[in-house]
Write a protein that binds this ligand. Structure first.
Ligand code: ATP
Ligand code: MG
Length: 351
């Protein structure tokens, strides 16, 4: 039996993946995958994406291949990680149904990430039930694969906490069945929640404030050049502020040479270092990081049939694991009334 610890994580196919995904979770996934010590499952969460895009399934269909290309581009390898599509695993929907009985409406209403998203999407008066309950379906996704570790950005912490509560409630009611997961966050505070290029909210597909892993070199340069710096740093000689300065925030996230970065910060604070120079430095660093990713993406783009095959094969593997958990869950609750032969000439047998 394979006793490696399981990792489960995923992304909503609501657009292409951006630098926030990269530093918040994708990098961690690749590192964990390459240790060989874990069994990673990576889910394209198309059902979750439908909870706030029910009127636009085409967007999700288009995005799911883009997200998968982004995975492959950053180094997630289908021979080491199982990449699968949530909608192809109906067992997840059934698990969600059972877990719904273990969570109160009041508890869901307290979820700070969902609260913020409801506001951001102006859902106050038109909140889809599916969207409101997506933290429960996320618990189904995580527990179906017996995941111990979930590499995520900070906005997902309330979902992991909700999952842990469901697991504890389930196990205490029906006996030890489910594995209690833990979040794996990046070490750097900034990478836990990378702001968008507007410097305000977190970088998010839905807010259009992202630098995408698939952006070409010119687009990245253009986005970097449009970023806000210190509004009071007008002339090069003016002393500048590196706090609340999005360009420096990104340098904190992406510049690996902390000595050089500290020197730049001191120089900028003292005065005499121009915004254009700092932006050019950030641009060089980002281009160097993104170039190999773009190249790998372009290779996979030439063979989309292969990418769909990766998704299909991953989904078949994932389905059999989820079915096994579902069977355990049904037995634990005590609703597995008949054996597999129900309907055969011998009739069903109570198990
Ligand atoms: P949407 O706007 O559709 O919700 P999103 O940009 O928030 O899209 P998700 O698919 O919801 O992306 O998130 C996927 C993963 O990426 C999660 O683990 C999430 O925590 C992480 N993540 C998303 N945005 C950031 C960010 N700006 N910084 C760090 N991690 C992030
Ligand atoms: Mg999100």
């Amino acid at each position: 039996m394979n006793d490696k610890k399981v990792i489960l994580t995923g992304d909503r196919p609501t657009g292409k993946l951006h630098l926030g995904h990269y530093v918040g979770t994708l990098k961690n996934r690749v590192v964990l995958q390459n240790t060989g010590e874990y069994t990673p499952y990576i889910m394209v969460a198309d059902l979750q994406a439908l909870t706030d895009n029910a009127n636009n399934p085409q967007k999700i269909r288009d995005s799911l291949i883009e997200v998968t290309l982004d995975y492959l581009a950053v180094g997630i390898e289908p021979t080491k990680s199982t990449i699968f599509l949530q909608s192809q695993i109906p067992e997840l929907a059934e698990l969600t149904m059972y877990y719904m009985n273990l969570v109160t409406v009041a508890r869901l209403q307290r979820n700070p990430t969902v609260k913020a998203e409801i506001k951001q999407k102006s859902f106050e008066k038109s909140l889809p039930v599916g969207f409101f309950t997506y933290p429960i379906s996320q618990a189904a996704d995580i527990t179906a694969f017996n995941a111990k570790y979930v590499p995520v950005g900070e906005d997902q912490l309330p979902m992991i906490e909700q999952t842990r509560e469901i697991v504890r409630t389930f196990n205490s009611l029906y006996g030890e069945t489910l594995v209690e997961p833990e979040a794996v966050l990046p070490d750097s505070e900034i990478c836990k929640r990378l702001p968008g290029i507007d410097g305000k909210e977190k970088m998010s597909k839905s807010l259009g404030n992202g630098i995408y892993l698939s952006d070409d070199a010119d687009t990245v340069t253009q986005k970097v050049m449009s970023m806000f710096t210190d509004p009071n740093h007008i002339k090069v000689e003016d002393p500048g502020n590196v706090e609340d300065n999005t360009v420096f925030t990104y340098l904190d996230a992406f510049c690996s040479d902390k000595v050089v970065l500290d020197e730049m910060k001191t120089h900028y604070t003292r005065g005499g270092l121009g915004d254009m120079k700092v932006k050019r430095c950030l641009n060089d660093i980002l281009q160097a990081e993104l170039e190999p990713i773009r190249k790998r993406r372009a290779e996979y783009e030439k063979n989309l049939a292969e990418v769909y095959k990766i998704l299909l094969e991953g989904s078949l593997r994932a389905k059999s694991v989820a079915a096994d958990t579902l069977s355990k869950v049904r037995k634990a609750i005590g609703i597995e009334y008949f054996d597999q032969n129900m309907g055969s000439s011998q009739g069903g047998r109570y198990v």
